[in-house]
Design a protein around this ligand. Structure first.
Ligand code: HEM
Length: 193
């Protein structure tokens, strides 16, 4: 079994044992099905027997259910990000940051940038766009706790929009986004002096 995900103009292919650069092509997320017995019940993973997050099949499948093959770049995904901001802005401190923001533009900006966060766990390298976004957020004064709330709101939205999302899928999302968010948080620690 192998899976592939496109990142900018590059396709990365990974199998149960490794991830490797495959071919420089454009295109969308392609995800082959895992074995039928793959992650049938998250309870067994409490014992850490076979998490196999290097493949992160549950994340890929959920991502595909939500966004199809378009890697979330299509305008059709705006409904998802609209719901995301509904959850994110429930927090008074967070909504304060967006007091003067054009939210339809913001939804579209997040949709376009989302893949850069999600791709980080596969590429292990930040894109130039992710670096740009991280710097902007550093200048905005976004801190660790804000990113944690961002992830909670994101997962809340996934649970709401993907009816097949169970606890193991939630873990798969948190796992997939953790590297990108860790990178963003690193910038939050930059000195402002
Ligand atoms: C990994 C998570 C996040 C991603 C991918 C992301 C993405 C973006 C993008 C693409 C922009 C537009 C940048 C531009 O102008 O070119 C933006 C702006 C912004 N983001 Fe985030 N963001 C994230 C997390 C957060 C968090 C945790 C906060 C906390 C409140 C936040 C607050 C803002 C604000 C205040 C703006 C500026 C809005 C304006 O123009 O008025 N973001 N974000």
């Amino acid at each position: 079994m192998s899976e592939s995900i496109s990142c900018d103009k590059t396709i990365y292919v990974w199998t149960a044992h490794h991830c490797r650069l495959h071919a420089p092509v454009g295109g969308a997320l392609k995800s082959l099905r895992g074995p039928a017995n793959y992650l049938p019940d998250c309870r067994k993973y409490r014992f850490g027997t076979d998490l196999r997050m290097s493949e992160n099949t549950l994340f890929n499948q959920s991502y595909r259910r939500l966004f199809g093959d378009g890697v979330g770049l299509h305008k059709a995904a705006d409904g998802f990000f609209q719901r995301f901001y509904y959850h994110f802005l429930q927090d008074a401190e967070i909504s304060g940051f967006f007091r003067n923001t054009d939210m339809s533009r913001q939804i579209s900006m997040l949709r376009k940038s989302f893949f850069h966060i999600a791709a980080f766990y596969v590429t292990s390298a930040p894109s130039a766009e992710l670096e740009r976004i991280a710097l902007i957020h550093h200048k905005l004064g976004i801190a660790d706790a804000h990113y944690d709330k961002w992830l909670d709101a994101l997962v809340e939205t996934v649970k709401e929009q993907d009816e097949e999302c169970d606890l193991a899928t939630e873990l798969a999302w948190r796992w997939a986004l953790a590297p990108g968010l860790t990178y963003m948080k690193l910038f939050a620690h930059l000195s402002t002096a």
